[in-house]
Design a protein around this ligand. Structure first.
Ligand code: MG
Length: 257
């Protein structure tokens, strides 16, 4: 069942989203050669708990970190560790905050120092694919319209959307219905859930340079591209309305990564 949020719930989700955005920003600002992913994790935890919120991911299914910190060919679910970020690395920060019973969930990809033009393109295409998708994130369209727009834009730029992991509804649970795929499965056009004002979903393109295929590492969490190519991630929690969607993982002035 897809939950439609009340105005009160939406207000709390905007607060949770704001905290998640500020944690994302704090980490993003610190991504540079020499910092460890564990240090980034500590910064995010400090920001989140400083607002009286809880890191959504900490302990979720046994996840040991407050954020997911995935480097280069790691797509998602990277575990914070003593790994030192090197010049030219790209670092994906995925962060959730649970505040007053509601979650905000967001992610972005940050470069450590100088990166090649092709890597910059990967990051920009990933971010823009989110915006292409949310052109259809309003009442009356379907989830599959978002999926198709995200996939089409990505494919037109020569990259691949991961298929094994998808965006999701978000609210009092970190992962709620519906699933929000970043690709259109055969026969899904014109089918699947319709969007209704008051739905809150996390749209999160996960884009790889060389393939959509991924593997989970022996740690049980870290997901890497099957071909070792680079991957980027971008995510916001959004509110569906009758008009343009509202990005909930934004600061008080509406700014976000
Ligand atoms: Mg998510």
């Amino acid at each position: 069942m897809i939950k439609i949020k009340s105005p009160h719930e939406i207000k709390l989700m905007a607060e949770a989203g704001q905290i998640a955005e500020l944690a994302r920003r704090a980490c993003g600002d610190l991504v540079a050669p020499g910092i460890t992913t564990r240090e980034l994790d500590h910064v995010a935890k400090k920001v989140i708990t400083g607002f009286g919120a809880k890191p959504s991911f900490l302990g979720y299914g046994g996840f040991p970190g407050s954020v997911c910190c995935s480097v280069n060919d790691e797509v998602i679910h990277g575990i914070p560790s003593s790994r030192k970020i090197k010049e030219g690395d790209i670092v994906k920060i995925d962060v959730g905050a649970l505040y007053m019973g509601y979650h905000g969930d967001c992610a972005a990809t940050y470069a450590a120092g100088a990166i090649p033009e092709s890597t910059e393109k990967l990051i920009q295409v990933t971010r823009q694919s989110f915006y292409e998708g949310i052109k259809y994130a309003r009442e009356g369209y379907r989830i599959s319209d978002i999926s198709k727009a995200v996939e089409d834009y990505t494919a037109a730029n020569g990259f691949f959307q991961v298929r094994d992991y998808v965006g999701h509804g978000v609210g009092s649970e970190l992962h709620e219905e519906p699933e929000v795929p970043n690709f259109l499965a055969p026969g899904r056009a014109g089918h699947g859930p319709r969007l209704v004002a008051g739905m809150t979903i996390a749209v999160e393109p996960m884009v790889c340079m060389g393939t959509w295929q991924v593997n989970t590492m022996p740690d049980g969490w870290t997901v890497k591209t099957a071909d070792g190519s680079l991957s980027a991630h971008y995510e916001n929690t959004i509110l569906i309305t009758k008009d343009e969607p509202i990005i909930l993982t934004a600061d008080k002035d509406g700014r976000h990564a």
